[in-house]
Design a binder for this molecule. Structure first.
Ligand SMILES: [Fe+2]
Ligand SMILES: [Fe+2]
Length: 183
């Protein structure tokens, strides 16, 4: 498949984003102590590795079948079942991409609860906040890339990756939400 100059530009950008995501998830998996959060980060990190391979293959002119390699991101377990189980994922995804700064969106809520620990390291909350911001930026980038793609198969592949980025953010968001409910 021949890529246009614009497609190549976006894919090169995507490659760097995926490399950064892999590094962040690897690093943060070691940094957090909560086993559930570790698992969320590990799963997301695995998917970022798949994304990187996919993007690299496309840059070499091949579009792999992404549907066969996807691993489902699971929502964190809520002990005893909780109100979070009834939350509609579509509305929560909407909140993630909603207005920032109102205190109502996922990112806004994270920011308002974040405090600098003053101890040099990042708190668990700050780590989640950083990852939510990163996933939002990456998802936005894929969204633009889809709009700039001239090939239907490429659009579908990028769309699939973008959906998984949204799932990563949603899993982190739900973890935070569950933790704050249990506090
Ligand atoms: Fe990714
Ligand atoms: Fe991601």
């Amino acid at each position: 498949m021949q890529l246009t100059q614009k497609e190549r530009m976006y894919l090169t950008d995507a490659k760097h984003h995926e490399e950064l995501c892999i590094a962040k998830y690897n690093h943060y998996t070691e940094a957090v102590s909560d086993p559930e959060l570790k698992q969320i980060f590990q799963r997301a990190g695995q998917q970022e590795t798949n994304h990187l391979h996919t993007v690299e293959q496309i840059l070499q002119g091949r579009i792999p079948d992404t549907t066969s390699q996807s691993t489902q991101m699971q929502a964190p377990h809520v002990p005893g079942g909780g109100p979070t189980r009834t939350v509609q994922s579509s509305s929560m995804t909407g909140r993630l991409s909603g207005a920032v700064g109102t205190g109502q969106s996922a990112l806004g809520m994270v920011a308002s609860h974040t405090q600098y620990t003053g101890q040099g390291g990042l708190s668990e909350e700050q780590i989640c906040n950083d990852l939510l911001t990163t996933e939002k930026a990456v998802s936005d980038m894929y969204d633009s890339a889809v709009f700039e793609s001239s090939n239907q198969q490429l659009r579908q592949t990028l769309n699939h990756i973008q959906k998984e980025e949204q799932d990563h953010a949603f899993a982190i968001f739900q973890f935070r939400r569950t933790k704050s409910l249990l506090r």
